[in-house]
Design a protein around this ligand. Structure first.
Ligand code: NAP
Ligand code: ZN
Length: 352
């Protein structure tokens, strides 16, 4: 066993507290990683507060992990002690179903193993995520941090492991490139990465935000335009404009309003996963322009490596507030109030 420490939620109402964690002893294809940085995603908040009604306590969240390898099992082939690596949401999958066979393990028929709050196959225990000083993960689920990232970039690269890949994957799947008209709804952790990645892919990007103070910031991240989404007057002129809308909002917006902004055969993809259901969907905006409403789940391991390499070569990094582990609760409270620019990242080296 490897003894380590992290921050756990003991119930959905209580603040996170320091918590002793036992990681499994290294198996042959395991990698023991010292966690250096871990981003805080809104999914961590949904899980900590049991908003998706599937949380098991004690719960150690964290799925945007960058760390350094401390030890490896004897069958580990492509990684070595000292390597800088990343771990995202996926740490296991059946490897046999059509999705796994197509390198799409996020859609594994048996359900992929999430990095926390899942049953760890090897021990049958509930596993714990990256709000901790160390983690043990099988080699096939460990990503390489591109050498183009300098040491100072590492905390800003951590959010690529979820916010980055969750926006990169649908942008690639729907063939976004030069000339595409893309709208990003919600400028939070996912949204600001979507803007940067869509711009790097060559798209014309419009941000829809509820926060007027984010308009100039959206433009500084590369957005060509920004509209205040609570003002319906600002949306009407954009009707029929977009090839692709990426909805990153953690609240059930009126989807009909946004569907009417799509071009004929355009697509709105949902990645935001609000705890409450969406209100009724009208058929009219879908039918009149043969538009599509879709969803997308993170991205595969192979695609996450591609996203890391893409971000490294295009200089895409998250805008972050680096915090100490003891500031996690304050950060979660600020995230609820939509008060984060634009991702909290925990510096696990300063565990106190
Ligand atoms: P976040 O940093 O909190 O950002 C969400 C943004 O949504 C906010 O910054 C805000 O942007 C907007 N927003 C929040 N409440 C709103 C409301 N009531 N009405 C309208 N806009 C609102 O969250 P995140 O980490 O980016 O995550 C966003 C969502 O994606 C969460 O539900 C998360 O669970 C989900 N997620 C899904 C996947 C996947 O695989 N599909 C992966 C990761 C995360 P403005 O201030 O610009 O309006
Ligand atoms: Zn996430």
């Amino acid at each position: 066993m490897i003894q380590t420490i992290g921050y756990a939620a003991l119930s959905q109402n209580s603040p996170l507290v320091p918590f002793n964690i036992e990681r499994r002893a290294l198996q042959k294809d395991d990698v023991h990683i010292e966690v250096l940085f871990c981003g805080i995603c809104h999914s961590d908040l949904h899980m900590i507060r049991n908003e998706w009604k599937k949380s098991i306590y004690p719960l150690v969240a964290g799925h945007e992990i960058i760390g350094q390898i401390q030890a490896i099992g004897p069958a580990v082939k492509h990684l070595k002690i000292g390597d800088l690596v990343g771990v995202g949401c996926i740490i296991g999958s059946c490897q046999a179903c059509p999705s796994c066979q197509s390198n799409l393990e996020q859609y594994c028929d048996k359900g992929y193993t999430f990095v926390f709050n899942s049953i760890e196959i090897e021990t049958q225990n509930i596993n714990h995520g990256g709000f901790s000083k160390a983690i043990v993960v099988k080699e096939p689920y460990v990503l390489k941090i591109p050498s183009k990232f300098q040491e100072k970039d590492l905390p800003r690269a951590a959010p690529i492991l979820c916010a980055g890949i969750t926006t990169y994957s649908p942008l690639k799947h729907w063939n976004i490139g030069k000339g595409s008209q893309v709208g990003v709804i919600g400028l939070g952790g996912l949204g600001h990465m979507a803007v940067k990645i869509a711009k790097a892919l060559g798209a014309h990007v419009t941000v829809f935000t509820t926060s007027s103070q984010k308009v100039p910031e959206a433009k500084s991240f590369g957005a060509d335009e920004a509209a205040l989404s609570l003002e319906t007057n600002s949306l009407q002129p954009l009707a029929g404009r977009f090839d692709f809308l990426l909805n990153t909002v953690a609240a059930p917006l009126d989807l009909n309003v946004y569907l009417s902004l799509l071009k004929r055969e355009g697509t709105m993809c949902l990645v935001g996963l609000p705890a409450e259901p969406y209100s009724s969907l009208q058929a009219d905006p879908l039918i009149r322009k043969r538009t599509n409403l879709a969803g997308s789940l993170i991205g595969s391991i192979q695609e996450t490596q591609e996203a890391l390499d893409f971000c490294a070569s295009h200089g895409v990094l998250a805008e972050i507030e680096l915090i100490r582990p003891s500031q996690i609760n304050q950060a979660l409270d600020r995230m609820v109030k939509n008060d984060v620019k634009y991702r909290f990242v925990i510096d696990m080296r300063s565990f106190d």
